[in-house]
Design a binder for this molecule. Structure first.
Ligand SMILES: [Zn+2]
Length: 189
């Protein structure tokens, strides 16, 4: 790490660029002080955290980033120096199709199909079912149609597992289209 660089206010990091990859590709896995994965950020954001000594480099790429005045390894995994308390409900709000599918392993929770996935309210909205993690599952279109406005048990359908708020790793998968090999050891929890 280039310690000669004077830390600057957040958001005004020197302009490091990938010399070999051309443009800023990929993301950086952010671990809490406890090594628990909490987030994914841009390379630029990771550089700011490293330069401000708010994070330490855990895994680095083989190539380097260059700015006009300094050089540093491209961060791949960083760890926050101080523990950040993640509010319990942080992830509750982020209910997206992709996150629901990722939580449910891209599998219909009624029949196990992996094609034609839709999002289903277990207790239909028309019956007061909330849009919560506990009431939304991945469902293939045929199962969704068959279920219609009924409760699963009314039409003899069963969930393969109880829907819950997903593990934070799900959001890391959603935020990064591909999971670099160097992240796997930290996501294996
Ligand atoms: Zn199905």
């Amino acid at each position: 790490m280039a310690t000669s660089v004077t830390p600057e206010p957040l958001g005004s990091a020197p302009h490091f660029e990938h010399q070999r990859r051309g443009r800023e590709v990929g993301r950086v896995l952010v671990l809490n002080a406890t090594y628990e994965p909490i987030n994914v950020c841009t390379v630029r954001r990771a550089v700011v955290l490293l330069l401000k000594d708010k994070a330490e480099m855990i895994e680095r790429a083989e190539w380097e980033l260059h700015s006009a005045t300094s050089t540093m390894a491209r961060p791949v995994v960083i760890r926050l120096v101080s523990y950040v308390r993640i509010p319990r409900d942080t992830h509750r709000r982020k209910i997206t199709r992709r996150a629901v599918f990722a939580r449910d392993d891209w599998t219909c929770q009624y029949c196990g199909s992996r094609s034609n996935l839709t999002v289903d309210h277990v207790v239909p909205r028309s019956k007061g079912g909330p849009s919560s993690w506990e009431n939304i599952v991945a469902s293939c279109a045929p199962c969704n149609r068959r279920k219609g406005n009924s409760l699963p048990r009314q039409v003899g359908m069963h969930l393969s597992r109880e829907p819950r708020t997903p593990n934070p790793n799900v959001f890391i998968q959603v935020a990064s289209p591909t999971i670099p090999a160097a992240w796997r050891a930290y996501l294996a929890a």
